[in-house]
Design a protein around this ligand. Sequence first.
Ligand SMILES: O=C(O)CCC(=O)C(=O)O
Ligand SMILES: [Fe+2]
Length: 243
Amino acid sequence: MPDKLKYSCDLTSAASEGYGSKMLVSKNDTVLDWRDYFDHHTLPLSRRNPRNWPESPSDYRRTVEEYSDQMNALAERVLGLISESLGLKRDYFKDLVGEFYQNITVSYYPACPQPELTLGLQSHSDFGVITLLIQDDVGGLQVLKDGEWVTVEPLDDAIVVLLSDQTQVITNGEYISAIHRAITNANKARLSVATFHDPAKTVKISPASELVTESSPRRYRDVVYGDYVSSWYTKGSRRKTES
Ligand SMILES: O=C(O)CCC(=O)C(=O)O
Ligand SMILES: [Fe+2]
């Protein structure tokens, strides 16, 4: 497919945009997911270059831009509610994290003749602050709850909120980063669109001091977000995995 080559991502760079299929590559072992994806860099605006995205259908680039802005607004709203639920000021995340680095990943999972042999996407939690995800009606997203994989049933017009690793740190563990994976389907291909909201690499993430008390001691060390991410890359994982 010419578009795939034209917009394929640079596999030698950890964070390039475009078509790809690998998420987890470790030094000795390559784990391939049953998935192709297209990654868009959408925010801050200085990273957004719609010419790196497919040009057809004709409204594709404009739609992605609009979607990016709407998801960013929704992410801020949800984080505002999370802050308030913990007695923090509404803008707590905004003040700490600043402008989000937002990436939109469209994942395509082809039908898999032997779904019991592979996963669409390995178990992991997302690195950043919050992921907003939409999926089609095939289903396959699962979250780990009390040691069991629970399928997130597709619902019309629903947006799945997956909290990510930095939210767990910032809230001192009051909210937990969602461990999730995608399973494959024997008969149907599946599409999902994940919108990741991450801090800039230079931002220092620490538990909110308001949430560190005698009865609830600090659970996490401060971490510069870029160091957090690169420690996973060094280990060979694109995103945090369970093991
Ligand atoms: O396809 C899905 O439902 C999950 C995608 C995902 O978790 C990711 O891209 O990080
Ligand atoms: Fe994920």
